[in-house]
Design a protein around this ligand. Sequence first.
Ligand code: NDP
Length: 305
Amino acid sequence: MRDIPFSLNEHPSFSLPEVGLAVLGHPISHSISPILHNAALGVLSQEEPTFSNWMYERLDVQPKDLKKALDQLAQAGFIGLNLTIPHKVEVLDFLVDLDHEASVMGAVNTLIWREDHWVGHNTDGYGLEKAINEVLQCNFQNAKVLILGAGGAARAAATQAILSGAFLVHIHNRSANNLNNLLNLLHREFDSQRVEGSTSQSFSNDDFLGEDWIVINATSLGLKQGDPSPLFTPIAGFGRNSVFYDMIYNPPKTTFLAEAEADGFKHANGLSMLVYQAAKALAIWTGREISAKAMFHAANSHFGD
Ligand code: NDP
């Protein structure tokens, strides 16, 4: 991986057996996706040497250039792309072929070039669920799931939880406007009795006191050192089998997670979600099963663990 992300004016081109993969975003320099994917490709190439010709890069692409990027990169031999902020929703304007998850989540984080067009997938919901299963040893089926936030990541989390049979999904958000937009969308798509929401002005502590919940932080509160927890009620009030998952992984321990730890609850940060969504994307591109082990190892070395 090059130190500085590529731009649309100076990215490499590939011809078979060389294959290009990339993550597109703006900004993009913080992305560790190339570290994860190139580590897993290294492992794959030990068994199948052709994968040593596959390379994953970062491209800084502004929103106005997204369509041009999709056309240009297909021409240049890129067969797989990841999309991150701010492209996950906007890309829908340029796609005619979406998988079921991407279509119900209204967002795409993975593209694969198939013959003459890009096909959109969403692996974020899968990544979250796999992380919750593997790292927190619990699952969405019949669970009460509290999602903090109502942006794109919250929508993916809510959809995945509902598709996987959650008993109840409660969305709590700072602003009523964004909360209502998400609730309306989910109510249109799913059984509305399983989806409810609140803001700080409208929640009732009784819904949470002594009850076991899977609590997921899908807000960006916590990204900055010193940010408070987005939780609106004392953590000690939750049932003892509640678990706490923060989609944020950098910093590795947000106030939300530090409070969960202090009160003895199971908790984990979003690195596992990042890894599992990446492993699923690479599986889509290569048609191979991807072990997340090499990706975890590379991520932990990067963050100095
Ligand atoms: P969006 O910008 O779409 O949504 C942000 C959400 O955070 C909104 O609900 C917003 O509330 C809320 N929020 C922002 N600031 C505050 C604040 N000061 N207090 C309370 N709530 C706040 O972002 P995304 O949904 O794309 O991402 C959300 C988080 O998830 C990010 O931290 C992102 O890094 C992480 N993420 C992690 C992934 C992983 O693989 N681990 C994958 C995808 C995302 P409001 O509606 O009121 O503005």
